[in-house]
Design a protein around this ligand. Structure first.
Ligand code: ZN
Length: 162
């Protein structure tokens, strides 16, 4: 079986940025990442790179920022009241925090400046503007259920959990 649209794919990965520093690794967490292929669960460049691979395949791929988290936008610094952060009083410059959005959902932000009652945050994804080097190993491929395809994401062994 090969990776193609509507397959559930598990894989280990490490990703490093231009500086060579590892920024994320499923191996460190001890659990492979499991995604539904063809539904935008992961960045487009990695989705494309997985296609056609089989279980046991290991490969390295460099994904340009345009196919990863996009370009950095320097106008995306915003001043936000501290109360909107979970631990607003503890944040310092350079910290990465999660901000709940009014319209629902969450956004990963980087602290640029801390004031008395507000925090300036960079809304760019921390990996925006970076070319990423992935080291991937495919550990499992299976057919997706109809329910998973309808929901456009993977369900665990106990079925639907949200
Ligand atoms: Zn679901």
């Amino acid at each position: 079986m090969k990776v193609e649209n509507n397959k559930v794919v598990s894989f280990h990965y490490s990703v490093s940025d231009d500086s060579g520093e590892t920024v994320d690794s499923s191996r460190e967490r001890g659990e492979p990442l499991t995604i539904l292929a063809g539904h935008g669960n992961i960045i487009p460049g990695l989705e494309k790179a997985l296609e056609g691979h089989a279980v046991g395949d290991s490969f390295k791929v460099t994904i340009p920022s345009a196919e990863a988290y996009g370009a950095r936008n320097e106008d995306m610094v915003q001043r936000v009241p501290k109360k909107y952060f979970q631990q607003g009083d503890r944040l310092k410059v350079g910290d990465v925090s999660v901000l709940a959005l009014k319209e629902g959902g969450h956004r990963v932000v980087t602290v640029k400046k801390v004031g008395m009652t507000t925090i300036d945050v960079d809304l760019n994804h921390p990996m925006a503007g970076k070319d990423l080097d992935f080291d991937v190993e495919i550990t499992d491929i299976r057919d997706a259920s109809e329910e998973e395809i309808a929901h456009r994401h993977v369900h665990g062994p106990e079925g639907h959990q949200h």
